[in-house]
Design a protein around this ligand. Structure first.
Ligand SMILES: OC[C@H]1O[C@H](O[C@H]2O[C@H](CO)[C@@H](O)[C@H](O)[C@H]2O)[C@H](O)[C@@H](O)[C@@H]1O
Length: 591
């Protein structure tokens, strides 16, 4: 099987797009030029035939890897019985182009290396037209398919065999070889190679400078910093849009149908990412995203979507890619996301909280920004009582999810706060009336006195991990007896081998076949809720266990399968990393 375990992948990125490279030196996923463009390497969801780019020893080898400092440059070391070799993989920040540079260095002895380059357009479906030509007197292999042009450069280029390009060569201690892949539109002249050392070093230095701003006093600072770097690499630098993950259809249930495309900007995930970045001291990024938001949701508030593409476009129709067998045979492989048309009433609450957090961190608010927020909250005031699909995007009948109702409360609460603190104009009395009404409604209909817990929705006694957010957004004190009861019920019903499920799939609430694994963001929310409840030792213990789940280069998927000890779902996922950061800062504040 071409595919590696999910945790065996590492992320490369240039903040326009991202690649996943395995411990076997194979880049199995790369969408060019943007996160949500079609993949040219799609072996992650199929076989090597669907596109990959690999350097590795021919003989048996062991792998160790690390990111260079706090950068996204990855150094992989292969050790064989005859010697060792490192590969430094980096994606320099491009301007209208995208590049992957792979710098090979012989460290000890001599190692026979294999090189395999298989390019496929349209997610592994289309063989491009591949030819050799000279650019600036150097030989280049060029692959062209429709709008895409890819050029492979290097000191020795592989040979065409069976619709792939292959080579073998020896690397001895002290040898250095640099290969590069460049993408530009097919109608543009190929630019010069970018594979020079100063540029790689500049890319690394820039990241070191960026991360040095992260405060020192957080537990597991190295893991927190890697999470922040990961969130940064899920942010599209030109537009400020933040993707939920750079992959599609890594399964929540191996062999099952719970496979979704996360290469889009959810208002919820992006708002929470912004809060995490602000908590880490990165206010500039918050400004970039705030401007993205203003552009994306500009227009009639009634047309607000729960997600957009990274440039703020509205169309992301869901369809299946039937030519791909899927990761571990998990089908269908989906691109686009049907949840775009859902009603998720929590979203405006998350947006208003993020904008509040950004303002408090010193980000200036313009009257234009306020007018937009006021229009959105005013619109909510006309339909705040309606049921929705909830934050888990449940594809069934609309319900009154307690978490959604609380986030409706939060939207009004933060709007009122902004108006009172900054003297902004709004229908203050009406907003206060609704805020208080929705709070009273949640306390009456979203709380089950018999079980002493808040419930998943108004017509059930089931619980849901999203209830842990209630004290975190200020709806209720963390040590209120109703919240202590909710934490106890969530722990009782949803802990699986010490990690938290979102909800019990057996209840049938999501209408999908199969099961899912503990959802890492929910487990980090439990850490934060335990801090708020004053159970600091428990919070630290859980945080230590969760942090131990990161892979060898500090990355987390959406879910974790504690039985088989493997990651599940899209990877790396912003939700997991942002809740890790938030939990770390809450622990730091409480210590
Ligand atoms: O579980 C079903 C849903 O799963 C995806 O949504 C999840 O990921 C989103 C992005 O991180 C997150 O915002 C949401 O809260 C999660 O439930 C998928 O995108 C949905 O289409 C699917 O229904």
């Amino acid at each position: 099987m071409a595919q590696q375990p999910i945790e065996d992948y590492a992320l490369l990125g240039d903040r326009n797009t991202a690649a996943l490279v395995g411990r076997n030196g194979s880049i199995d996923w790369l969408c060019l030029p943007r996160f949500d463009s079609p993949a040219c390497f799609a072996a992650l969801l199929g076989t090597e035939e669907h596109g990959h780019w690999q350097f590795c020893p021919v003989e048996e080898f062991e792998t160790t890897r690390r990111y260079v400092g706090n950068s996204a440059a990855l150094e992989t070391t292969f050790t064989t019985s005859t010697g060792s070799v490192t590969i430094l993989d980096v994606m320099p920040i491009g301007d209208g182009r995208a590049d992957v540079v792979r710098h090979i260095t012989g460290v000890t002895g001599t190692v026979l290396m294999r090189h395999e380059w298989v390019v496929r357009a349209a997610y592994g479906k289309v063989r491009p037209w591949v030819h050799r030509r000279h650019v600036d007197e150097l030989e280049v292999i060029v692959a062209v398919a429709g709008p895409d042009q890819l050029a492979l450069r290097g000191p020795r280029l592989p040979h065409a065999v069976d619709h792939a390009h292959r080579d073998e060569f020896e690397v001895s201690a002290g040898d250095e070889l640099t290969f590069s892949l460049t993408w530009v539109p097919s109608w543009v002249e190929l630019p010069a190679s970018i594979a020079d050392r100063p540029l790689i070093e500049e890319t690394i230095r820039e990241s070191e400078t960026w991360t040095s701003r992260c405060r020192q006093d957080v537990p597991h600072r190295d893991v927190v910093v890697r999470s922040l770097v990961t969130l940064r690499h899920l942010t599209h630098s030109a537009t400020g849009g933040i993707v939920a993950a750079p992959t599609t259809s890594l399964p929540e249930d191996f062999g099952g149908e719970r496979n979704w495309d996360y290469r889009f900007c959810w208002l919820r995930d992006a708002s929470l990412t912004l809060e995490a970045l602000v908590a880490g001291g990165f206010t500039e990024e918050a400004g970039l995203w705030r401007d993205w938001l203003l552009r994306a949701v500009a227009g009639d508030p009634e047309d607000l979507q729960i997600m957009y593409t990274v440039d703020g476009s509205r169309e992301l129709p869901e369809r299946t890619l039937d030519h791909l067998p899927g990761y571990a045979d998990s089908r269908p492989v989906r691109i686009g996301n049907g949840a775009v048309d859902q009603k998720q009433s929590d979203v405006l609450g998350e947006v208003m909280i993020a904008l509040d957090v950004a303002r408090r961190a010193g980000l200036e608010t313009s009257q234009d920004a306020w007018h937009l927020q006021r229009a959105l909250v005013d619109d909510l005031a006309t339909h705040w009582q309606e049921p929705d699909n909830g934050l888990w995007e449940i594809r069934g009948p609309l319900r009154h999810f307690t978490h959604s109702r609380v986030m409706v409360w939060a939207a009004f609460d933060r709007g009122i706060r902004a108006a009172q603190d900054h003297g902004f104009e709004c229908s203050l009395d009406r907003w206060i009336e609704i805020r208080d009404a929705v709070r009273a409604e949640v306390l009456e209909r979203g709380f089950n006195a018999e079980r002493n817990t808040f419930t998943q929705h108004y017509d059930t006694t089931e619980v849901d991990a999203s209830l842990l957010v209630l004290p975190l957004v200020g709806f209720i004190e963390g040590d209120d007896p109703r919240m202590l009861g909710t934490i106890a019920a969530v722990e009782n019903d949803l802990l699986r081998d010490g990690f938290l499920l979102r909800y019990r799939t057996e209840s049938g609430v999501d209408g999908l076949a199969g099961d899912e694994h503990p959802f890492l963001a929910c487990s980090f929310w439990l850490v934060s809720a335990l801090v708020a409840a004053g159970r600091l030792d428990d919070a630290h213990r859980l945080f230590d266990r969760l942090v131990a789940l990161v892979n060898d280069v500090g990355l987390l998927a959406e879910e974790y399968d504690p039985i088989n000890r493997r990651m599940a779902g899209n990877f790396p996922q912003a939700f997991s990393h942002l809740t890790l950061v938030q939990a770390a800062f809450r622990l730091a504040a409480a210590d």
